[in-house]
Design a protein around this ligand. Structure first.
Ligand code: 2RA
Length: 337
């Protein structure tokens, strides 16, 4: 088994290295690819130095079985043919192919089998905010069909990449040292000591692209007709996204039923005890694999409504971990090359 990481120097690329090592992913060789800026950089993987190769249109992917790509939608589109032409499975972290009919969009806890039907050799990894929400919606959908979803997100700097995380830290430093923020490049506005009610670009309907991803991707992953109305907000936490979710189900679900289903669901951890001020927070969920859920309660405005809070590491379950879990599923069912 030969595995490639495209975009090895990015926040998600670096997480791939850690997760593949931690989970002892079954492989004989790992190759790293990157842009001109990162080519030549060496990274340690299980005690061995691996040098990043320049991503080019050549035969470098001939023997590759699985390629994890995380270098932006433009690169994924440009290199998809080069990466897949000899049969490699491309598990793509960008938004390039997510809504294409001939590309499965997979969260293993929800629709692992969809990964087996990939006419173009590409499997898309969903948007981080969507991944974390559907992992929790899936066990609730089994209790009663979810008709409607409202969600407000609290997304950390990490969602915008490693440089954005560094910029947030720089902004806090500038505030302390100079009394004002001078560096504002990665976000539309200063993020330190602020929240920004915009993630990605605005669409003609007034929603942002991030918000429309939650609407469209949720339907594709869960094979559902549920409608999801989202408000996505960037907050000044460093890593791990959180979400406030309201659902309306066909029949009322009790808090106890929901808590039990969430606690038993793969990929979810219930952390819900108001008496001891126990609920998930990004500071604690950063670096963890599961999506953590708390504050489960009835929606006071809707008899069939339930509301809860979730928090999970956007770089892990929201990106690299989900992709590795897709690959683990393909290995398990013997469906790689
Ligand atoms: C963000 N969801 O947090 C995006 C990353 N895909 O910016």
């Amino acid at each position: 088994m030969k595995v490639a990481i495209v975009g090895a120097s990015g926040a998600v690329g670096q997480e791939f290295l850690r997760i593949l090592a931690e989970r002892n992913f079954p492989m004989d060789e790992l190759v790293l690819f990157g842009s001109e800026r990162s080519a030549g950089t060496k990274y340690n993987f299980k005690g061995k130095e691996i040098e990043v190769k320049l991503l080019q249109h050549n035969d470098d992917f001939k023997d590759v079985d699985i390629a994890f790509t995380s270098a932006g939608a433009g690169t994924s589109k440009e290199f998809a043919e080069t990466i897949t032409k000899y049969g490699a499975v491309m598990i793509d972290n960008s938004s390039a192919f997510r809504m294409d009919d001939d590309v499965p969009l997979v969260v293993p806890e929800c629709n692992a089998e969809d990964a087996l039907n990939r006419p173009r050799g590409i499997i898309a990894n969903p948007n981080c905010t969507t991944i974390m929400m559907v992992v929790v919606l899936q066990p609730l959908e089994k209790l009663s069909h979810i008709k409607r979803i409202h969600v407000a997100s609290y997304q950390s700097a990490s969602g915008a990449g490693a440089a954005a995380m560094a910029e947030l830290q720089q902004q806090y430093k500038e505030m302390v040292e100079d009394g004002e923020v001078k560096t504002v490049k990665k976000f539309a506005h200063q993020l330190a000591y602020n929240v920004i009610p915009q993630i990605d670009v605005f669409q003609p309907n007034g929603y942002t692209k991030e918000e429309m991803k939650m609407f469209n991707e949720t339907r594709k992953i869960m094979h559902t007709d549920a409608k999801c109305s989202a408000m996505c907000v960037r907050v000044s936490s460093l890593r791990s996204h959180s979400e406030s979710v309201w659902i309306e189900t066909e029949r009322p679900i009790s808090v106890e039923e929901a808590q039990k289903a969430i606690a038993a669901a793969p990929g979810c951890t219930l952390k819900d005890d108001p008496a001891t001020l126990t609920y998930p927070m990004p500071l604690e969920t950063a670096g963890k694999d599961d999506v953590y859920v708390g504050r489960v309660r009835k929606d006071l405005s809707d008899e069939n409504g339930l509301t809860f809070w979730l928090s999970g590491d956007q770089i892990r379950k929201g990106a690299a971990l989900n992709a590795v879990q897709i690959a683990e599923y393909l290995v398990k069912v013997g469906n790689v090359k």
